[in-house]
Design a protein around this ligand. Structure first.
Ligand SMILES: O=C(O)CC[C@@H]1NC(=O)NC1=O
Ligand SMILES: [Fe+3]
Length: 408
């Protein structure tokens, strides 16, 4: 029976990302879509002679990659902290800023005060700038509410973004992001609140797809982290972790022990942590934006991660305090310039490995038969251009579930 497709893209070069050691390049290619899924992929000359198709697209010699996946963002929040950025550069210390009510607490105050509509309005410009760079899947964390009502509000807005825009949004509950003022000095009591009231309420409303914790000296201890992981496990939610960002807390090992999807940041990751991640298939998510913005000097152990074959994903960590950036393209450039990753590794980091970090590798992350037809179309000469240029956005448009999308 002859092929009968909804749409067909011709005159494109593909970087399928469907090969471990290469971009999976198919030049002068064709890719067909049926019911939002990839129905045919290959060299145009190999197309079946008798196919039928409703819509034909001319890719005009552009490159087509899997839609980009930003697997670690705090994209939904109110307010901004440019005032602190300016104060720091005028010599005010972090401690002084914290004393004046700055830092995460100031974003929490603004987010608690915002309505859902205001939160959506504040987040849309960040989401749109991400989609304009070919992103088709976003992970969005809570963590700026630190009370049940506001944590739920953030995740409702994240769900609304998926309903309103051509993007898949996976949500992550990060109630254990920081200690709210009303629990100052009472971290264990706050973890009780997170485990006994917040997470159950979030689960009851179906607002979280995963659970995360900020495991750090200035965050929560491994013991407190494990308490949250145990409740996540009770509810059947996968875990991930802000781990080893500023010190080695053994967070990556703990995450691997709970079959965590990913451990993120990892500047201070140990060999034991790498071995644990390797044995449990936990993905390493590197966040060069935070490394750059904090002027961190300790590089994540990239050579050791490579040697252990731990998949390395990349993400923007878009947040108002330590990585106020939305650009996946700049993230790839930073991964190459700061972390000395290759352009191939950088693109794997925002496609196949980012899909793994979200547990979505069966449906997105590479161009392969049966996967969701999420593409990005680039006016470039070769895939390395995506990590090479800073400030140029070569994305012509993205395709979400088979439908071309542009953003005014
Ligand atoms: O400063 C902020 O608003 C968030 C900081 C951010 N959160 C986290 O867990 N690690 C970070 O760098
Ligand atoms: Fe983060």
């Amino acid at each position: 029976q002859s092929a009968n497709w909804d749409s067909l893209w011709l005159n494109v070069h593909l970087a399928t990302m469907d090969a471990a050691l290469d971009y999976g390049i198919i030049r002068d290619a064709a890719i067909a879509v049926k019911d939002g899924k990839i129905a045919w992929i290959g060299a145009a000359q190999d197309l079946p002679a008798d196919y039928k198709v409703k819509v034909l697209h001319d890719g005009q010699g552009c490159w087509l990659t899997p839609g980009l996946i930003d697997c670690h963002t705090h994209m939904v929040y109110a307010g901004n902290r440019s005032n602190e950025f300016e104060a720091r550069l005028n010599g005010v210390t972090y401690e002084e800023i914290a004393r004046q009510g700055g830092g995460i607490v100031s974003t929490v105050k603004a987010t608690r005060a915002a309505t859902e509509q205001e939160l959506m309005q504040a987040s849309l410009p960040r989401v749109l700038s991400s989609l304009r760079e070919g992103v088709t899947t976003l992970e969005i964390k809570s963590g700026y509410g630190l009370d049940t009502e506001t944590e739920a509000k953030i995740l409702r807005v994240a769900r609304q973004i998926q309903r309103d825009l051509p993007v898949t949004v996976t949500t992550t509950f990060l109630g254990a992001h920081a200690l709210p003022p009303e629990f100052a000095g009472r971290a264990d009591d706050y973890i009780d609140e997170v485990c006994e009231r917040m997470l159950p309420a979030i689960v009851a409303e179906g607002l979280a797809d995963a659970v995360d914790v900020f495991c750090e000296k200035i965050g929560f201890t491994p013991a407190q982290t494990e308490r949250v992981f145990q409740v996540a496990q009770k509810y059947g939610l996968p875990v991930k972790l802000h781990a080893e960002q500023l010190s080695d807390q053994g967070g990556a090992s703990l995450t691997a022990q709970y079959q965590g999807l990913s451990a993120d940041h990892l500047e201070y990751l140990s060999d034991a942590g790498i071995a644990a991640m390797k044995s449990h298939g936990t993905v390493a998510v590197l966040l060069p934006g935070a490394f750059y913005y904090l002027r961190e000097t300790k590089l994540p152990p990239i050579a050791a991660l490579r040697a252990a074959n731990v998949p390395i994903a990349l993400a923007t960590d878009c947040n108002p305090g330590t990585s106020p950036m939305t650009s996946p393209l700049l993230t790839m450039n930073m991964a190459c310039t700061l972390f000395r990753m290759t352009p191939l590794e950088a693109l794997q980091g925002l496609t196949v490995n980012a899909a793994k970090a979200l547990g979505l590798q069966q449906t997105i992350g590479s161009l392969a038969l049966g996967k969701q037809a999420d593409f990005a179309l680039w006016q470039i000469e070769r895939p390395a251009d995506l990590a090479y240029m800073i400030g140029v956005n070569p994305c012509r448009f993205s395709v979400y579930a088979g439908e071309p999308r542009t953003y005014n």
